[in-house]
Design a protein around this ligand. Structure first.
Ligand SMILES: [Zn+2]
Ligand SMILES: [Zn+2]
Length: 151
């Protein structure tokens, strides 16, 4: 049995989740998985330049957990860059704080709270919407987490 761990909080689902070096045959490269909490650690510390303490608070984890997370993430990303692996973002012990919806019709992208049910694109009114959190297997679980706290 895996010991239960605290869920880490990720602000929003990533827009891009699949990366490959160009000029490489499909399936030729070993798949490298970057988990969603590792992705978030890189986004906060490296992309936004946040202090580790601040970033840890943002993800609702301890500073030492954050440091381990960012080390793991950087190791994977360096491996992707140097060895040219196929990198996908998925998994991780997380919930999202908010969702991101993309309209398949007009390409409009918008942030929504999990409490809000969106049926139509505010840009063009289309119902053909892509639920990014849903693509990672999240949705109601994140809504519950937001409402009742850590579980
Ligand atoms: Zn639209
Ligand atoms: Zn969730």
């Amino acid at each position: 049995m895996s010991r239960s761990k605290m869920k880490r909080v990720v602000l929003r689902p990533p827009l891009y989740a699949d990366f490959k070096p160009t000029g490489v045959q499909k399936n030729e490269k070993e798949l490298l998985l970057l988990e969603l909490d590792e992705f978030e650690a890189v986004r906060l510390a490296d992309y936004l330049g946040m202090e580790h303490t601040e970033a840890a608070t943002e993800m609702e984890i301890s500073r030492s957990t954050f440091s381990r997370l960012i080390d793991k993430a950087r190791k994977k990303i360096s491996c992707f860059l140097i060895e040219g692996k196929h990198l996908q973002i998925e998994g991780g012990n997380i919930h999202f704080r908010g969702n991101l919806i993309r309209c398949r019709n007009c390409g409009h992208m918008f942030n929504v709270a999990f409490e809000t049910d969106i049926e139509r694109c505010p840009g063009c009114g289309s119902r053909n919407l892509l639920d990014l959190a849903g693509g990672f297997g999240h949705g109601n679980c994140c809504r519950e987490h937001g409402r009742y706290g850590r579980r």
